[in-house]
Design a protein around this ligand. Structure first.
Ligand SMILES: C[S@@+](CC[C@H](N)C(=O)[O-])C[C@H]1O[C@@H](n2cnc3c(N)ncnc32)[C@H](O)[C@@H]1O
Length: 266
């Protein structure tokens, strides 16, 4: 438990663990070796799908929640965004991000994306790539996003897929020879924390159902624009483990629009 900072979610009176695992030396060194860290967006299996869903960034104000190395901030800036803000809780991730986006109109902020606030209507576009499954309370996150996303603005995020997070171990079942048998799906409707192993370290993530992800957006008066379960592109299928990614969904991408006339609806 030492890798987690304990904090307290006042609203829900429930303990929340802020992920600082990305600042752990061992974990960070292993993360650095991952294809998505080495090759950037080109090394991310979901990137080709996500890229097609991204809105036009020209002259837009963009926020990236859980920006990590800042790849998406960099992409938005390279595609003519007016200003980009990347938020992350990890100093080590932010240090890499700052280094990679020197000379671009990108600012970084060290903060918890669950609670960070901005003035109303600060952003045209809010992106989040593979960070929201670290948060305990999706409803309060969406309420926060609603407070700083412009009416008519776009929210696009990827998370680990509910079928991937449900059982908790995030690992296949193997036979006696170490060959994959199948991927476990269990405890699907029991939402909440899951202690899993990522890059050899214990990491806390949060599972919620597909219904929760989508209904929460609808309840907060977002219009769903797209829902996609990305598969690795054909040109990545020869990379280690990639063919197995066709056996179960690992990620979910959701694109939604903040309804223009919904700011005063509760
Ligand atoms: C899997 S990485 C994804 C990084 C980047 N978005 C990408 O797609 O390459 C998850 C990131 O979310 C950040 N993160 C997790 N929980 C967070 C929180 N509560 N507040 C801010 N950042 C958080 C981590 O520090 C890490 O950089």
């Amino acid at each position: 438990m030492s890798e987690f900072v304990q904090s307290f979610n006042q609203e829900n009176k429930e303990e929340v663990q802020l992920v600082t695992i990305y600042d752990d030396e061992n974990f960070f060194n292993k993360y650095r070796e991952m294809p998505r860290s080495q090759k950037g967006l080109a090394g991310a299996g979901e990137w080709q799908t996500l890229k097609k869903l991204l809105p036009d960034f020209t002259d837009k104000t963009v926020l990236d929640l859980g920006c990590g190395y800042g790849w998406h901030c960099q992409y938005a800036a390279q595609h003519d965004a007016k200003a980009v803000t990347g938020v992350d809780i990890s100093e080590k991730m932010l240090a890499v991000a700052k280094d990679k986006t020197k000379g671009y109109p990108v600012n970084y902020l060290k903060a918890d994306i669950a609670t960070v606030t901005f003035p109303p209507a600060s952003f045209d576009i809010v992106i989040s790539s593979l960070a929201i499954h670290y948060l305990a309370d999706f409803g309060s996150l969406i309420a926060n996003i609603k407070s700083y996303l412009k009416p008519g603005g776009t929210l696009i995020f990827s998370v680990e897929h509910p079928a991937f997070t449900a059982e908790g171990t995030e690992d296949w079942y193997y036979d006696d020879n170490g060959e994959i048998l199948h991927y476990p799906l269990d405890s699907y409707f029991l939402e909440g924390s899951r202690e899993t192993t990522f890059l050899g370290e214990k990491v806390m993530k949060y599972h919620r159902t597909l219904t929760t992800y989508l209904q929460t957006l609808l309840k907060h008066h977002f219009t769903l624009l797209d829902v996609v379960e990305p598969m690795p592109p054909a040109n990545m299928l020869d990379e280690p483990g990639m063919k197995d990614e066709l056996r179960r969904p690992m990620m979910l991408i959701v694109k939604a629009q903040n309804q223009i006339d919904s700011m005063n609806i509760h």
